[in-house]
Design a protein around this ligand. Structure first.
Ligand code: TYD
Ligand code: MG
Length: 457
């Protein structure tokens, strides 16, 4: 018998290499190549005769445009991220760190679907049915139409699907299920890819939504299967910080809606509850007029979000002062400190500087620069920030304030939360001020700091 051909498949990106190497040449990850037997074309690809009739070519003009009827759930934030509700026939991947709440979210979603639309099957390859029952009790879920199954063999799962005919299917997780016909183990690239392809077929032929849970690797990609992202219709990430209650559900791919959407949830004693007023949530402990604290108006997806930024500077006992950034890129902090020392003349060389974004949220938007700079200057000069003032603006190396996207929207959100003033970059285009909000346009950081910090005692 001829020796089976093997290739080395990168478990991070799915690239195939003829030889083993310590590093994948395609994605640059180390130690991810695994020897894999090249499988003969699987039975799934060979359609049984007759099945193709279900899905015949149609004239484009005959296709109904609103074929994505959507199933709205009571969980509004979930609808929002999907673009207005669950689309029947869609395959949705939900990724996130272990313990972040993926199983909890999907159990809640499954229960809501089951309550309104009939049987839903929740398949877990990770937990026993007893464990799922315990969680359901904690969540207060009592829906007879919700079926649970603890199974990892995908063929067995699909058999149950064709018998039960559920209105939706949850597979928790795609890394634990496997197909017998492949020799590689569960979680390997070929299993994950093949299982997802099989589930995609099921979603389309039965016209039911299928949700897959995907684990995330240390590097942050959905484990192994970046290949998965091409197969599924939507990829959502559930993010958050273990030590804080909030969770963000972010869509990074969505064939049925915008990828700019973010849903905000709070993990509580009874599962995930939606947060409809996230800015209030993040500003819950904000004290207006404190030193070293400034409010930034950032955008999460298309939604403005107000967050408090705190800074503390103290005289350093070391020859090299410390700089710590929490929730903020530390390199951005270095840049802002350099601008503050060179363009504003703050003496920072003998100060330790700690910056913290309150609530555990991570900001990657440069529009928060100004708030960070104001918080630092406020702490260094020991002057309170003017009360009820919010800040928007990117800071350039010359100390100039640069315009940011969607300023009007940000101003409206600040006004909604009762802020009275907002310091913004002065641009050629005048901005319409929102009700009750005084807009203070500034050209440079120096000007902005004059507007932001109350005169000293
Ligand atoms: P889980 O959904 O199991 O996470 P994942 O499937 O992403 O690994 O979430 C588990 C965490 O959520 C666990 O630390 C306990 C916490 N939790 C709550 O705080 N409240 C709840 O009602 C539930 C069900 C879980
Ligand atoms: Mg889980």
């Amino acid at each position: 018998m001829a020796k089976a051909r093997t290739v080395f498949v990168c478990q991070a990106c799915g690239a195939e290499h003829p030889k083993w190497g310590g590093r994948c040449l395609s994605c640059g990850e180390w130690n991810t190549l695994v020897e894999t037997v090249v499988e003969p074309p699987s039975a799934t690809r060979r359609r049984k005769p007759g099945t193709s009739r279900e899905n015949a070519p149609q004239r484009l003009t005959d296709v109904q445009a609103d074929r994505f009827e959507r199933i709205p759930l009571p969980l509004e934030e979930f609808n929002r991220v999907l673009g207005g509700g669950v689309v029947p026939g869609s395959l949705v991947l939900i990724g996130g760190d272990p313990g972040i709440g993926k199983s909890t979210l999907l159990l809640q979603v499954a229960a809501q679907l089951a309550e309104r639309h009939g049987p839903v099957l929740y398949v877990s390859g990770e937990e026993s049915t007893q464990q799922i029952r315990l969680r359901a009790e904690r969540l207060g879920i009592r829906v007879p139409a919700l079926y649970v199954l603890s199974e990892t063999n995908l063929d067995a799962v699909l058999e149950h699907v064709s018998r039960l005919r559920p209105q939706a299917l949850v597979v928790d997780s795609i890394q634990t299920v496997y197909l017998d016909e492949l020799t590689s183990g569960p979680g390997s690239v070929s299993q994950v890819r093949e299982c997802a392809a099989r589930l995609l077929q099921v979603a389309k032929t039965h016209n039911i939504p299928i949700f897959l849970v995907g684990h995330v690797t240390k590097a942050g990609a959905i484990a192994g299967p970046r290949v998965l992202e091409h197969i599924v219709d939507a990829v959502l990430y559930l993010e958050g910080d273990r030590y804080h209650a909030y969770r963000l559900l972010r869509s990074v791919k969505n064939r049925f809606g915008s990828t700019n959407e973010v849903g905000v949830f709070e993990m509580g004693e009874r599962g995930l509850a939606e947060v409809t007023n996230p800015s209030e949530f993040f500003l819950a402990e904000y004290r207006s007029g404190a030193t070293g604290s400034a409010v930034a108006v950032t955008l999460e997806g298309s939604r403005p979000l107000l967050v408090e930024i705190q800074a503390l500077s103290t005289a350093t006992p070391f020859s090299q002062p410390r700089r710590t950034a929490n929730g903020l890129d530390v390199n951005r902090l270095y840049l802002l400190l350099a601008v503050l020392s060179k363009r504003v003349g703050l003496s920072l060389h003998n100060q330790d500087v700690f910056v913290n974004v309150v609530g555990g949220i991570k900001i990657s938007e440069p529009a928060a620069d100004l708030a960070v700079a104001v918080a630092i200057a406020s702490s260094v000069r020991d002057r309170a920030v003017a009360p009820q003032t919010a800040f928007v603006g990117e800071i350039g190396l010359g100390g100039e304030l640069r315009t940011v996207a969607q300023l009007e929207r940000r101003l409206a959100e600040a006004a909604k939360l009762g802020f009275r003033r907002c310091v913004v970059p002065r641009s050629s285009r005048p901005v319409a001020s929102a009700d009750g909000l005084e807009v203070v346009p500034c050209r440079t950081v120096v000007e902005a700091l004059q507007a932001a910090l109350a005169p000293g005692p």
